[in-house]
Design a protein around this ligand. Structure first.
Ligand code: PMP
Length: 454
């Protein structure tokens, strides 16, 4: 049993019991639950969160990476208020200029983006990306990598977190449903690939090339396990050769390595890119960007003149439907634009990366001092702590790490004012201070001592 903040979180426990009566499991997303009860928050400010009992935490969850400027950043707040005041409304329900302004921004920043459509979440963005690929190629299956998360819908709730007993061979993984209620249709139409294994991936792609519309991947799995460069280059080459579209899910990685996402770092142009999280500056958003000839399939006024050589006959004359009442929400776009502007200020991203790297280095040193084989894995401003001696290249390597030790440390850290959901990755914000980082390192040392003692 974990030593769960004894005596200090009675308010969270009460609030959770109360919530459970009207909200299944007391949480509005299954991932927000942890045992024995999730902490219930009341306030956020900069790098800090305050729970209902008044406990303060340095926040490394940052709403699953979305809050790259921390909580309540003044520039974002001002942009939101100014947008409401100047337009006099919350949303137009019609085209408006900010949609175009943001689209131009994304086109400048992301090499693979030539046109943009907005959604309200990362989930919708990957869903739309896959439909786009199916509409464009006329093929009906999609390939994804084991352990990669693209949002919680049927087609992608396959082998995100499969049990070892069901997952099959590493080089040819089985499709395993991640939820009750996933129909066999999706298990048959979603092909599962092994991440960072180019040879095995190529073999599977060749076998299914005539049915596969696209391969979707997180260029950096979970935001912290990077695709090897050779793997990424190879994947781009094979997909091009086989007429399979390559979809980068940059919901997490967009704006977190460089403002232009993993595709800028890898120097690879995906056919379609899905964005979210940071793009909304803390408000709900998603976006899909891609090559003009692919994106044009959604254009309601498309005529024979914009038909492309790549489009298959059966979809040629059709427009691909995409809609959403709140798409391109002006307040969200204003918040996102302000966020990007702050990130683009000289030195901001560099400092963010420097801070992340420093914290990683100091933590590794610390664990080393206590003879614990812990390494930090990541790229950019997201990383994770993994207790293992071996390499960490994919989902199966992660599963081999000492998860029990990690869990114990995480609960001790919660007790000492470091907030991330147990077992979750760390995200850094531009407002985390040197003092925060030192506090974090000291808290880790206390946590280690406590755990080793037991
Ligand atoms: N793709 C990736 C890589 C993600 O990390 C997430 C969210 N964790 C999603 C898609 C889904 O985004 P959302 O939660 O906004 O629907």
């Amino acid at each position: 049993k974990h030593n769960f903040i004894p005596g200090r979180t009675a308010g969270s426990e009460r609030a959770f019991q109360d919530a459970k009566e009207v909200i299944p499991g007391g949480v509005t997303a299954n991932i927000k639950y942890f045992s024995p009860y999730p902490l219930v928050m009341e306030k956020g400010k900069g790098s800090r969160l305050l729970d209902v009992d008044g406990n303060e935490y340095i926040d490394y969850l940052l709403c699953y990476g979305a809050l790259i400027l921390g909580h309540g950043h003044s520039r974002v707040a001002e942009a939101v208020i100014s947008q409401m005041n100047s337009s006099g409304t919350f949303i137009f329900g019609s085209p408006h200029q900010l949609e175009v302004e943001m689209a131009r921004k994304l086109i400048t920043l992301f090499p693979g983006i030539e046109m943009v459509r907005y959604t309200n979440s990362g989930l919708e963005a990957t869903l739309l990306s896959i439909r786009l690929a199916e509409a464009y190629t006329g093929k009906r299956k999609v390939a994804k990598f084991e352990g990669h998360y693209h949002g919680g819908y049927d087609q992608m709730l396959v082998s995100v977190n499969p049990d070892a007993g069901k997952a099959g061979q590493a080089s040819n993984p089985n499709p395993v449903p991640d939820s009750k209620g996933i129909s066999d249709y999706h298990l048959e139409h979603t092909i599962v690939l092994p991440f960072n294994d180019l040879e095995a991936t190529e073999k599977i792609l060749r076998k299914h090339k005539d049915e596969l519309s696209s391969v979707i991947l997180e260029p950096i799995q979970g935001g912290f396990i990077p695709a090897e460069e050779k793997f990424m280059k190879g994947l781009r080459k094979i997909t091009e050769e086989l007429g399979i579209l390559l979809i980068f899910d940059e919901v997490k990685t967009g704006f977190r390595l460089t403002v232009g996402g993993a595709q800028t770092i890898y120097n690879i142009k995906p056919d379609i890119t899905a964005l979210g999280k940071v793009l909304g500056g803390g408000f709900p958003i998603g976006a899909v960007g891609g090559k003009k000839e692919i994106m044009a399939i959604m254009s309601p006024d498309r005529g024979k003149d914009i038909l492309t050589a790549g489009a298959k006959n059966d979809v040629k004359d059709d427009v691909m439907f995409h809609s959403g009442t709140y798409n391109g929400h002006p307040i969200v776009l204003a918040a996102g634009m302000a966020t990007i502007e702050v990130l683009e200020e000289p030195g901001t991203m560099e400092e963010l990366l420097r801070k992340s790297n420093n914290l990683r280095k100091e933590l590794e040193k610390l664990y080393n001092k206590y003879n614990l084989s812990m390494k930090t894995i990541g790229m950019g401003s997201i990383f994770n702590l993994v207790f293992t001696d071996g390499p960490v290249k994919n989902y199966r390597d992660m599963a081999k790490a000492d998860l029990e030790l990690r869990k114990k440390i995480d609960y001790e850290l919660l007790h000492r004012g470091i907030y991330t959901k147990p077992m979750n990755r760390y995200s850094m914000s531009v407002v985390h201070s040197r003092g925060d980082l030192q506090f974090t390192i000291d808290a880790h040392e206390k946590a280690i001592k406590k755990v080793i003692q037991k």
